[in-house]
Design a protein around this ligand. Sequence first.
Ligand code: IDP
Length: 147
Amino acid sequence: MERTFLMIKPDGVQRGLIGEIVSRFERKGLQLTAAKFMVVSRELAETHYAEHKGKVFYEPLLEFIASGPVFAMVWQGDNVIALSRALIGKTDALDALPGTIRSDFAVHTNFNLIHGSDSAANAEREIGIFFSPSELVNYEHTIQRWI
Ligand code: IDP
C-alpha cells in the first residue's frame, strides 16, 4: 500500500474548506494515517519546496505557505499518489477538470488550496519533513476489503 503527503494550504484553511477537502479523500476510501494543524516555518517551507528554488513564483510561494495555518496529512491506499493528484486536479484551476478540488474551489494558481505529493520518493521525503514516525498512526481500516 502506498502513502502520500497532502497539505491544505493557508487559503484552504482560511476559506473553511478543511472539512470539504478531507471529506473527498474519506469518501474515496483512502485511509487517514496522520494529521496536524500547524504553521509552516520559513525553513520548513524552503525544504518542502526546494525543487522550485530559482523559479519566479518561489519567493511568493514560500511567503504564502508560511503565512498562516495549514492542515498537513498523510493518507494511504492503493495508488494513493495518483488518485489524490486526480482528486486535486491540475495546478492551474483553468486546466483542472470539473469535479476536482482545484476546479471546484480555486481561481488562481497561487491560491490552489492543496498540495499533494507527485511521486513515491517525494511522498516519503515530505512525510519525513512534516511528521515524526511516532505521529503516523497504524490501525486497521475496517472498510478496506470493500474498497
Ligand atoms: P502542484 O502543486 O500541482 O504539484 P507544482 O508545479 O509542484 O504544482 O508547484 C507547486 C506550487 O507552486 C503550486 O501548487 C502553486 O501553489 C505554485 N505555483 C506553481 N506554478 C505557479 C505559477 O506559475 N504561478 C504561481 N504559483 C505557482
